[in-house]
Design a protein around this ligand. Structure first.
Ligand code: OOG
Ligand code: NI
Length: 465
């Protein structure tokens, strides 16, 4: 066949994740160490816990699973990156405003591009947390700096026309012929490589005074992968092993604490940003070699998704941890959090489900239909062993952890005039810029749960509530 067999969207996505991973491993060797340690931990957990270790994802999925993080400067760049990801079957989910998540000063808002459907996630769940600079936010940039920043950004091209053309074709057809697939992968990977172009020292320094993230985005003429994150089945063990190897980790694991109840949402940690050699253009036009400390390695453990009620209970627990730590300075967050969790959150999957906090799907066991009492609740049927309850994995991010990861890897806090008002950004803004709907992650999970209940009810003529 001329051009070879067509490559379907999911295979393009899996290849894209592998290609970015190979590129990032060459650029940031410590990432390779992190993947190695994560792989070892996962193998140990799979050996010691057996099938239970695969409850939140098959060994194959978890081994291949990555998320990337990238940062762009303008609405146009954001719209284009969305088109690049759409060709890989990755769609915008969620809106995160990191300008005011827990007192951080990061002048960006974000979404995550990822597959939506269960089958697509199972084939390859690659996702990219994507942030866009808010150059008109007066708390960070005065009018003069905004003008110069926007002019700088307007002069650069992150995504060549041929890449956008191939992405549009992949999105429309749901596949690409082998030759075009290879070209799409090559151009998409290249768009996220670190550029060897010299960085204008004075311009980068000026932006750094406002925010290191602003300099990383608007101080250079291209974008790059900021980190690539493998998934691990025991993040506490990974943290211990990385520290043992002498790799400097950030102070804590972000997100829910380690405790003896069910794992929910997302726990993340990272090693500190590494000093990488970069070329600089000096005021006199000469080019020198220096270093920048921007890119880091992150790792994550995923838990069960929460309903709106579950998320509210989680957020209240986090607020309670903050209050107790404020009242007892010197307290260790992980210990305080484990106590608060034990007091307030469901200790088992069954309780998580019965309180309506966790997201689950349900399926009737073969041959169970005749035995089921049509008046029974789904919880009764689960307890009677007639219906199997499967947890839905949390596929998204946590704004507070995201801001924490950004901030803990910055050398200084930058400057922010909190007396001024920020510019308005929300999910509707994001959808309008992208010219694509932005999926709400909580509603999306709720739909999944309802669909399984409807199917069950149709089988049993139960009331789908
Ligand atoms: C993104 C930080 C957020 C996460 O995992 O929460 C993130 C960035 O550093 O650009 O990736
Ligand atoms: Ni991340």
């Amino acid at each position: 066949v001329p051009g070879g067999a067509a490559v379907p969207r999911w295979a393009l996505r899996a290849a894209f994740a592998r290609s970015l991973s190979a590129m990032y491993g060459r650029e940031v060797p410590a990432y390779t160490t992190l993947v190695q340690v994560a792989t070892e931990v996962n193998a140990d957990v799979l050996r010691s816990r057996g099938a239970a270790a695969e409850r939140l994802g098959s060994a194959a999925r978890v081994t291949a699973e990555r998320h990337g993080a990238i940062r762009v400067g303008t609405r146009e760049e954001l719209r284009q990156v969305a088109a690049v990801f759409a060709g890989f079957g990755m769609h915008p989910v969620g809106f995160y405003d990191l300008r005011d998540a827990s007192a951080s000063s990061v002048p960006v808002v974000s979404t995550a591009f990822r597959p939506l459907e269960v089958e697509e996630l199972a084939r390859n769940p690659f996702r990219v947390f994507t942030s866009v600079l808010v150059a008109d936010d007066r708390r960070f940039f005065d009018a003069d700096l905004q003008t110069r920043l926007e002019a700088f950004l307007a002069r650069r091209t992150l995504f060549p026309p041929r890449l956008l053309e191939l992405a549009a074709r992949a999105e429309a057809a749901g596949e690409l012929p082998a030759g075009e697939a290879a070209e799409y992968l090559r151009l998409a990977t290249a768009a996220f490589e670190l550029s060897p172009e010299p960085v204008d020292r004075a311009w980068y320094a000026e932006l750094s005074r406002v925010s290191a993230v602003a300099a990383d985005i608007g101080g250079v003429a291209s974008t790059h992968v900021n980190h690539l994150t493998p998934r691990v089945l025991d993040i506490d063990e990974l943290y211990r092993r990385m520290s043992e190897r002498g790799i400097e980790m950030i102070d804590e694991i972000q997100g829910p604490p380690r405790w003896d109840g069910p794992d929910v949402l997302l726990r993340q940690t990272s090693f500190r940003a590494l000093s990488e050699p970069r070329r600089f253009r000096e005021a006199d036009g000469s080019v020198t070699t220096g270093a920048l400390r921007v890119r880091f390695g992150e790792v994550e453990a995923r838990g069960i998704a929460l309903t709106a009620a579950g998320r509210a209970a989680h957020d209240e627990a986090v607020a309670e941890v903050d209050r107790r730590l404020a009242a007892e300075p010197g307290g260790v967050r992980a210990d305080v959090a484990a106590r608060v969790w034990a007091e307030r959150l469901p200790r088992s999957e069954d309780e998580l489900d019965r309180r309506g906090f966790g997201v689950f799907t349900y399926r009737l066991l073969p041959g169970a239909r005749g035995a089921a009492d049509p008046g029974a609740s789904v919880h009764d049927l689960v307890r009677a062993g007639l219906v199997v309850r499967d947890p839905v994995v949390y596929e998204d991010f946590l704004p507070r952890s995201a801001a924490g990861i950004f901030r803990s890897n910055l050398t200084d806090e930058g400057t922010k005039d909190t007396a001024l008002a920020g510019s308005a950004r929300d999910e509707a803004w994001m959808a309008e810029v992208l010219q694509r709907p932005v999926t709400d992650p909580v509603a999306h999970c709720a739909q999944q749960r309802h669909a399984s209940l409807r199917a069950l009810a149709a089988q049993l003529r139960l009331d789908a509530t």
